[in-house]
Design a protein around this ligand. Structure first.
Ligand code: ADP
Length: 363
């Protein structure tokens, strides 16, 4: 396997299908050897961007650099990019060996080289014993590994994965994402992984980019997107969030005034300096909200809001409450321990919001 790791860079890339602009001024840099996830809802443009990198789609504006070289005018077969498709695209009438050998045969490599390289690729994915089987004699996870072996055997500079785990059932998906990460580390191949599943992106990738409607929203590590989302779209897509629209009324370095729609004015004991008063969305995660009985003594470092439980759900590790506060409904998740009883619907409770866990987002 080649050891030279390459970077991938998109500069001001735009792509339209007819009058519809599907990718808008994409700027992105993936570092050599990095495992990078492209995350976004269906239709956001992820596959279009991936196919553009593979050379199957043509952008109208911008540059695509691999290892510093502009590939915009290089045809797909000359890009040395390996792509694994969602449906694996294996040849059903060929053995596993022949499927993996396909790209090498096309390149007219010698019989010895093919034997050696296919053997190594099958060993890499743990399928040496399955070389003579047909794809339909393999499980979904094994077919996925054949697709990976077939892609890495040609020693691509870049590995592109288009929702490679979405055809597998939940347990297998969790197992395969660990295998995928392990394989990527072993190969050290710069990898771009497309998924609509935020958990998949968070658990596998070094960094990720969030795409919505063809616009890159935010790029960073899983924790930076989760902890510091730049807008309400990212806050709601990467994890779940309570989002309160309203106005910042004052910030004096000690307290923050926020007038929330449906709740009214509140004073947060938060020493934040907000650049300006005006429209904003207050965002906070359900698991950072504490829930107490109404008359319990509560500490002053949090903002406490009185509410009434509308519904409670026991989910095992946590219990999820929907609590009406004024006209808003907030979600609070509590870790569960044996012996802890749930708040029932109708219970009067108090929700505690913690300053360090709240974000003000542009609106
Ligand atoms: P994703 O992979 O995030 O689900 P896609 O990249 O497949 O999104 O699609 C992005 C948008 O481009 C969608 O609105 C889709 O309908 C549109 N689109 C994709 N391929 C074509 C095409 N060949 N012609 C016209 N529109 C397309």
């Amino acid at each position: 396997m080649s050891t030279h790791k390459v970077s991938l860079e998109a500069r001001h890339i735009s792509l339209s299908y007819g009058p519809t602009e599907v990718l808008k001024d994409i700027n992105l840099r993936v570092e050599p050897g990095e495992f990078f996830a492209l995350l976004g809802p269906s239709g956001s443009g992820k596959s279009t961007l991936l196919r553009l990198i593979a050379g199957f789609n043509r952008h109208q504006k911008g540059e695509l650099l691999v290892d510093g070289q502009d590939l915009s005018n290089t045809p797909p077969h000359a890009r040395n990019v390996g792509m694994v498709f969602q449906n694996y695209a294996l040849w059903p009438h060929m053995s596993v060996f022949d499927n993996v050998a396909f790209g090498l045969v096309e390149r007219r490599e010698t019989r010895d080289a093919i034997q050696r390289k296919v053997g190594a690729a099958l060993e890499l994915v743990g399928l040496q014993a399955y070389a003579q089987r047909r794809p339909n004699q393999l499980s979904g996870g094994q077919q996925q590994r054949v697709a990976l072996a077939r892609t890495v055997v040609i020693e691509p500079k870049l590995l592109l994965l288009d929702e490679p785990l979405s055809n597998l059932d939940k347990n297998l998906r969790v197992q395969m994402r660990e295998e995928l990460k392990h394989l990527q580390r072993k190969l050290g191949l710069t990898t771009l992984f497309v998924t609509h599943d935020q958990e998949e992106a968070m658990t596998t990738a070094d960094r990720m980019a969030m795409l919505d409607k063809g616009v890159l929203q935010q790029v960073g590590s899983a924790t930076s997107l989760f902890d510091f989302p730049v807008n309400r779209f990212v806050a709601g897509f990467v994890g779940t969030a309570n989002l309160l629209d309203g106005e910042v009324t004052h910030a004096n370095g000690e307290t923050l005034g926020f007038h929330a729609q449906g709740i009214g004015p509140m004073t947060l004991p938060c020493p934040v300096d907000v650049p300006q008063v005006g429209p904003a969305t207050l965002a906070f995660r359900p698991h950072t909200v504490s829930i107490r009985v109404r008359d319990e003594h509560v500490d002053a470092s949090r903002l406490w809001l009185d509410g009434r439980v509308e519904s409670s759900e026991f989910m095992g590790e946590t219990s999820r409450y929907r609590v009406r506060v004024g006209e808003a409904v907030l979600v609070a998740n509590q870790p569960h321990f044996a012996g802890l009883s749930l708040f029932m619907p109708g219970s009067d409770v108090r929700l505690g919001l913690e300053c360090t866990q709240m974000r003000l987002l542009p609106r």
